[in-house]
Design a protein around this ligand. Sequence first.
Ligand code: URA
Length: 434
Amino acid sequence: MSQVEAFSAAEVIAAKRDHHALSDPQIDWIIDAYTRGAVADEQMSALLMAILLNGMDLREISRWTDAMINSGERMNWSALSRPTVDKHSTGGVGDKITLPLAPLVAACGAAVPQLSGRGLGHTGGTLDKLESIPGWRASLTNAEMLKVLQDCGAVICAAGAGLAPADKKLYALRDVTATVEAIPLIASSIMSKKIAEGTDALVLDVKTGGGAFMSDPKKAAELAHVMVGLGKRAGVKTLAIVTAMDVPLGLTAGNALEVRESIEVLAGGGPADIVELTVILAQEMLELAGIKGADPAAALKNGKAMDVWRQMISAQGGDPDAKLPVAKEKLTITAENSGTLLSMDAMKVGLAAWRLGAGRSRQGEAVQAGAGIEIHAKPGEPITAGAPLFTLHTDTPAAFARAQESLTNSVKIGDLPLSGKVDRLPLIIERITD
Ligand code: URA
């Protein structure tokens, strides 16, 4: 017998269209009804667009988030002896921070249950990166997840189908209806998954600048405030850091290339910006988890974080000593003139890596493990005409032309301004605790 519905989708859509706040029962119903297929995609699309245009107040966002959490299971890590803490980045180009960060924080005494996603569009996904390690498995059962956490202190794996299923449906719909960029929808999407993940504490890395979802730092800060509020209301100790994504992070964008760079960081080397951000986020996570006296910078240098990495990769079937895949073809792009590298457009670099095969344009598509971009100079550094600027990697050489096209005007080379500094965002822009 079909269920008697408490509302009609049209009346909920009309309420938001006419600038009214949705009631708690309306929100609970629409999320539940959409998840079980009683509200059609075209009806939910109309509501999402009305939310994008007319917004939601904090009560509505909080209820919407709760309804998405309640659409699925909630993980529980109470069997662990260590406090749990996680980090979530809103996504950027060359953002491989999770890879060294999770084992580092585990090496310092916390447990890190990191349920990650795949890349879509110009930003890479943690699971795609780790899958370039031969044998490594992203899908674990809940029991396997707990075992890896107990044995290694950190687990990075795919969020199972049972975690916030409403978000899975909604995210796919937002992606094709130009409704991704609404703060209430981004905040509830991210926080429903993180709260359902069951972590005690959460550090949010909210990216801003040309290569981020929120290119305007003010909007990024607004998103950060909303997410911190949602986390706290759900009893998760939460803080956010707004960080730069005007320039790619580190010197690589692409799956195996980023794993290689992360291993350099775990071996005590690696690019300065990756090391700095990894250590800052680790300090914040450990403090929030209540762990005193840890020294994450030392744990990177003395091999303790590397030991956890190796254990964690092996526990998920990966071979930490295996040779990482390399692309079949390479093409080096050189600087056209001499001077100081004044800027590098993260979005253009991300798009080029994606076109080379590092990302996917449709969910479920395979990515090339070896594809991507190596960056040979960063803003602020001197460069001479003819010196390498980027090396493009791909298995499909036909992709070079389109990647080169997206790199057109991606860098500026010129005289260093009188200030002696190039115009770029500081790595850490703002720390948001409420
Ligand atoms: N990441 C998510 O999980 N959801 C969004 O809406 C945006 C980024």
